[in-house]
Design a protein around this ligand. Structure first.
Ligand code: IMP
Ligand code: MG
Length: 182
């Protein structure tokens, strides 16, 4: 990693303005779909926190929030599908309309494991909203119910997404130079 983190970025994939516009649209759609329901937004730490913070403020309906942390055993750029719950939620999910908030859906291994685990706790419903989707890399049989953007198979950072815990604080989605992780 360079001293100046922006030197590690090959280009901007999604600007702050593009992201804000799409998050506003998602907020409208989710607000309409969940009117009169018992919405619980469940952010998967840490990558989704920036998206979560913006999305929850784009909603016009009541929503509870909670956080879960999972770690997937794998390398920094690929997940193995073996998932460990690092931080669980303490809220009872019975009767809740659960919306899992993710930063990016890649192989889908992490989320398919998590969704199955949460289904076992009898929420009224369970859906997934992801800011980014890399459908070309999917291994698990899982699709987001709401998606911000389909993205190409490149390593993306910023707006919460990291490489080795860095770059999360960049306000837009950038493409990481391959030489940083190769
Ligand atoms: P999956 O289990 O392969 O779907 O992995 C999903 C998780 O991998 C995401 O929540 C991210 O933490 C991480 N991930 C996948 N692709 C990227 C990327 O391009 N940049 C940063 N993190 C990524
Ligand atoms: Mg990550």
């Amino acid at each position: 990693m360079s001293d100046h983190m922006l030197d590690d970025i090959k280009g901007v994939l999604l600007s702050e303005e593009e992201i804000a516009g799409r998050v506003a649209e998602l907020g409208k759609q989710i607000s309409a779909d969940y009117r009169g329901k018992n919405l619980l937004l469940l952010s998967v730490l840490k990558g989704s926190i920036v998206f979560m913070a913006d999305l929850m403020r784009a909603l016009t309906i009541p929503a509870a929030i909670d956080f879960m942390a999972v770690s997937s055993y794998g390398t920094d750029t690929k997940s193995s599908g073996v998932v460990k719950i690092v931080k669980d939620i303490d809220i009872d999910l019975e009767g809740k309309d659960l919306l899992i908030v993710e930063d990016i859906l890649d192989s889908g291994m992490t989320l398919s494991y998590l969704k199955e685990l949460l289904e076992g706790r009898n929420p009224a419903s369970i859906r997934i909203v992801t800011l980014l989707d890399k459908p070309s890399r999917r291994k698990a049989n899982i699709k987001p119910d709401y998606c911000g953007f389909d993205v190409p198979d490149e390593f993306l950072i910023g707006y919460g997404l990291d490489y080795a815990e860095n770059y999360r604080n960049i306000p837009y989605i950038g493409i990481l130079k391959p030489e940083v992780y190769e």
